[in-house]
Design a protein around this ligand. Sequence first.
Ligand code: FAD
Ligand code: SF4
Length: 453
Amino acid sequence: MNRENMKCQDPLIRITNFDEVALGYTYEQAMNEASRCLQCKKPLCVSGCPVNINIPKFIKEILDNNLENALQTINEANLFPSICGRVCPQESQCEALCVLNKKSTSVAIGNLERFVGDNSTFKMVELKEEIAKKVAIIGSGPSGLACAYELKKMGYDVTIFEALHITGGVLAYGIPEFRLPKKLVQDEVDKLVKIGVKIKTNYVVGQTITIKQLEEDGFQAFYIASGAGLPKFMGIPGENLIGVFSANEYLTRINLMKAYQNTSQTPMYNSKNVVVIGGGNVAMDAARSAKRSGAENVYVVYRRKKEDMPARVEEIHHALEEGIEFFFASNPIAIHKDDNNKVNGIECITMDLSTIDEFGRNNPIPIANSNFNIQCDTVIMALGNHPNPIIKKNLTNLEVNKNGTIIVNEKQQTSISNIFAGGDIVTGAATVILAMGAGKTASIAIDEYLKNK
Ligand code: FAD
Ligand code: SF4
């Protein structure tokens, strides 16, 4: 039996709205897809999932028509199936190891996980007896939320401090509505509030309040999950021109401030021809958002080949369907301006990809005299992010790498014994599920630390 394809909004219609693109499985599709699972005795897919969900078990429970049990099985390892089912790069994680790949295509594990998350009701988890010890979580992205959930279940008094007015981290302000509806993210956060996690928004730790002050307030352990929100630029001429954006700013205007809606007070830059630089999920999100915001032509410039792109395969496929055009093996060298200091084009150079680097990837080398221009009025830089240094500023003993990421041991413990860290602030820009996995690991270590204190 072939893999069940998920129904999507028609590309011509969806580029005119911000509604979700992939519409989810029907009941019948979920049953068909679940029946493809071979129920392997030694399931490799489980080791491909960074939080080791018992995948065959939850799939069997779908087949048994017991979605509540399927949800419970997933929740033992992952609180957010509706989110991970939508955004995990399954093709390089759980699904990559599915034995069906040898003969046909893997079971659509992510799609089934989404089906369970979307179609079952969350049962209140059992909380252990309350422990009168306060833990502070800094940042409400997936890593902070996962850590808070685990610690609350253990009985700790947990408070999340979030710099923004809204919770969810990149899930709320980065990934667009058409890929991850924001209501879903807030529903997941509400589950935490229901079990007693306290959330304080508009708190920039390091500025509004320091870790030292929190310690004076009785907090005994900390989990820093402040992500990597400082955009990278290329350092090429023209990056300060009017019409150049970081993907962070562009996506925040759209996702958080709903700049595309007529009622929004946040202005939307009026673009006709947009060039996005980069090849990851951030680049795909920026390009597809630009298309939906009325740009006539959207181009992505990426220095390697299509198969090297770090974006999820589904996002690349959807971007192509939506008419986004790609310049592969190309790198920008200057952004050009008109008389009003506004962007009017970008100059790129073609890259030679014939040499391979030590990691087995193409090593792009500029080809002399291969320059070409793309006419555009907007350039969006989607090159990745650095960690924000604000927390480190007040913590001189906190060891960090040259790039600002926090150094931790295998338990996510930092150089300061009661401070733990995880997610993008440790790894640099990575994935939702890796950030959640780190939060879970840290929760176990924090428990151990507080018990021995
Ligand atoms: P974040 O999600 O960045 O959350 C950090 C939180 O900490 C933020 O809310 C921030 O406001 C807060 N904060 C920062 N400093 C402070 C402070 N001083 N005090 C208090 N709070 C603070 N991953 C995938 O797996 N699949 C995808 O499809 C995908 N698409 C992406 C698309 C975009 C546009 C982006 C930007 C990233 C994408 N990622 C994707 C990556 C993924 O979102 C991140 O790896 C993940 O969100 C990291 O989680 P985190 O909890 O470490 O940090
Ligand atoms: Fe796969 Fe992600 Fe679900 Fe794990 S959390 S099973 S990696 S989709």
